[in-house]
Design a protein around this ligand. Structure first.
Ligand code: AMP
Length: 284
């Protein structure tokens, strides 16, 4: 299995490992520093035999190649990668403030301005992916990483990304709390699954819990399928309108992302630095 024949201008010897950041399905993520430049990275090490065991070669190639070609303030940047016979090493922008998931666990429901910032950051990254006709398909707080004093949110983990050029996808994927009804029903799905997940995210940011979260998987699935959610804390009418516009059973009726990002509730807070429109950028 080879991702590419040409990208081997870097090697492991140039990097010093500083600690384990976590582990994923195919290997570990280490904090490391380039000893020549001092630049810090998160190095994702993908074990090729684990990928081959699960017949996921195409998916992993897609993850690496998708992440390599996107460049946006709200998407975790893959600076470069190299590989040897047994592993692929991905040099990712290092998230010094960790996962949004961990942040929400310690801080709970966010004040509206903070929720709006996380939501707009995430939505802007997703809008950019959608312009490239790529659906993320696994949006959730574990896959949103935080950076710097400002806690800029960036979408990472492109493992489930699929280009949706013409056909709708039939593969079931994602974690239950953020999974859309069409995925649960095994129906074809497209970028609309990300709109649904953004609705779930906004709900969780504002209330401290996911809208369909229940003790058992079966109950959660039933609630998702019935789009059965209620607000047990008070949120502003604009935020509620957005959530209700995104959490709709019919994917085609969900509020389009550009309309979401320009919604009056979002307007009331600091404008996102970059909206996706007119902002396409490919690295050569
Ligand atoms: P993943 O394989 O993407 O699920 O990541 C596994 C673990 O590594 C998770 O706990 C992530 O929070 C962490 N991680 C992944 N990417 C980064 C990054 N760019 N910066 C810091 N931590 C990361």
């Amino acid at each position: 299995m080879e991702v590419s024949k040409v990208r081997n201008e870097y090697s492991l010897s140039q990097f010093k490992v500083e600690g384990l950041l976590g582990s994923g399905a195919y290997g570990v993520v280490q904090k490391c520093v380039n000893t020549e430049t001092g630049q810090v990275f998160a190095m994702k090490i993908i074990e090729k035999n684990k990928v081959i065991e699960k017949s996921m070669e195409e998916q992993v190639k897609r993850e690496v190649l998708t992440q390599l070609k996107v460049k946006h303030r709200n998407l975790v940047r893959l600076h470069y990668y190299f590989e040897d016979s047994s592993q692929i090493y991905c040099l990712l922008e290092y998230a010094d403030r960790g996962q949004l998931f961990a942040y929400l666990k310690t801080t709970g429901a966010q004040p509206e301005p903070m929720a709006a910032r996380f939501f707009l950051d995430t939505g802007s990254g997703v809008a950019y992916l959608h312009q490239l006709r790529v659906a993320h398909r696994d949006l959730k707080p574990e896959n949103v990483l935080l950076f710097g004093e400002e806690l800029t949110a960036k979408v990472g983990d492109f493992g489930w990304c699929a280009e949706v050029a013409s056909e709708k996808r039939l593969t079931f994927c994602g974690t239950l709390d953020y999974v859309s009804p069409e995925m649960l029903f095994g129906e074809p799905h497209d970028q609309g699954v990300d709109l649904w997940a953004l609705g779930v995210l906004l709900f969780e940011l504002l209330t401290g819990k996911a809208p369909f979260s229940m003790p058992s998987k079966k109950e959660t699935m039933d609630k998702i399928c019935a789009v059965d959610f209620t607000f047990d804390v008070r949120i502003s009418p604009g935020a509620e309108e957005l959530i209700r516009g995104l959490l709709l059973r019919e994917s085609s009726r969900r509020m389009p992302l550009q309309q979401v990002l320009r919604h009056k509730w979002c307007d009331g807070f600091e404008a996102p630095v970059e909206l996706a429109v007119g902002d396409l950028f490919f690295e050569s």
